[in-house]
Design a protein around this ligand. Structure first.
Ligand code: SF4
Length: 300
């Protein structure tokens, strides 16, 4: 199958919206922001709307693209689809009616697996816990040709939901929000990882239970462990340092939590310091053996 992306953990990108605003430390060198400026210069219609110069940039203003909504309906072969590589689906500038339609397309195409990654964990949690939102998604799915009875499983089994985690502060906040959101598969994108993150610490506030093996013995409603953990350093101009030990610790935590670890790259700073053949530090053969791990999640 032809792929339109070089992102190792997906097969296809789909951008029903574009544009965004920086919201946390991981956004500092946003690749999509730089790319949008380039695409605007090339005259691409999707990238002509400028965003706030303080938080966004040329061609990176929030834009909804109804003409792109229907693309997955035309893909016959099942594929793994990263939704919004050039935006954040839960950005407050994207109207809820458009989200009904976008989720409706995903519900109407169960042959595909959709990967949604966000830094707007609050809106994700509130929308996906709202029965009215689910009702509207089922309604839209029917409009797109999915039989009413077939689409009424919530959370949708073909949607994998993820949050970005760049440091321990955001791990503690976003992993909890992800656990409180209904999802068939939950994942973390710890990329660019900017400091050490331990899953065990993300639940260290639990006042009630002990921590055998490092994890709370629960049951706690906000301790639903992720199924998949993507780990990576930063690449490109201005890339910040990455320590292989951070990846090693997260691989250990993933094993303990029963999650699949996927190490994507070790970042430009590491690549330069270690004479790696790929400037992103993305070639497994250059890495310490213990970090050469690329696994995919199974539904629990
Ligand atoms: S949330 Fe994602 S797309 Fe938006 S500015 Fe941050 S890194 Fe870029």
């Amino acid at each position: 199958m032809a792929s339109n992306t070089t992102i190792q953990w997906t097969e296809q990108t789909w951008n029903p919206t574009s544009g965004c605003d920086r919201i946390s430390d991981g956004c500092t060198n946003c690749y999509a922001l730089t790319m949008a400026k380039r695409l605007k210069g090339m005259g691409q219609a999707k990238y002509q709307n400028d965003g706030n110069p303080k938080t966004s940039g040329p061609g990176f203003g929030i834009s909804v693209h109804p003409e792109a909504f229907l693309e997955p309906l035309r893909w016959k072969k099942p594929r793994r689809v990263f939704v919004n590589s050039m935006s954040d689906l839960f950005h407050s500038g994207i109207d809820t009616a458009s989200l009904h339609l976008i989720f409706g397309v995903m519900a109407a195409t169960p042959q595909h697996t959709y990967q949604i990654l966000t830094k707007r964990h609050g809106r994700m949690r509130s929308l996906l816990n709202n029965p009215q939102f689910a009702h509207m998604v089922f309604h839209r799915a029917k409009m797109y040709g999915r039989p009413d009875t077939a689409a009424r499983t919530w959370p949708l089994p073909n949607i994998h939901l993820g949050v970005s985690v760049e440091n321990q502060k955001w791990a503690n906040i976003r992993i909890k929000a992800l656990a409180q959101t209904p999802a068939a598969v939950r994942f973390l994108s710890c990329e660019p990882l900017l400091g050490p993150v331990r899953l065990t610490r993300a639940h260290a506030h639990c006042p009630t239970h002990d921590f055998p093996g490092g994890f709370c013995s629960g049951p706690c409603p906000d301790l639903i462990l992720p199924d998949w953990i993507i780990i990576g350093g930063e690449s490109g101009p201005g890339a910040r340092p990455f320590e292989p030990q951070w990846a090693a610790d997260l691989i250990d935590d993933a094993r303990l939590a029963g999650a699949a670890p996927f190490v994507k790259q070790l970042g430009s700073v590491w690549a330069r310091a270690n004479g790696a053949s790929d400037s992103k530090g993305g070639k497994l053969e250059d890495w310490p053996a213990a970090l050469r791990v690329r696994e995919y999640p199974t539904t629990r």
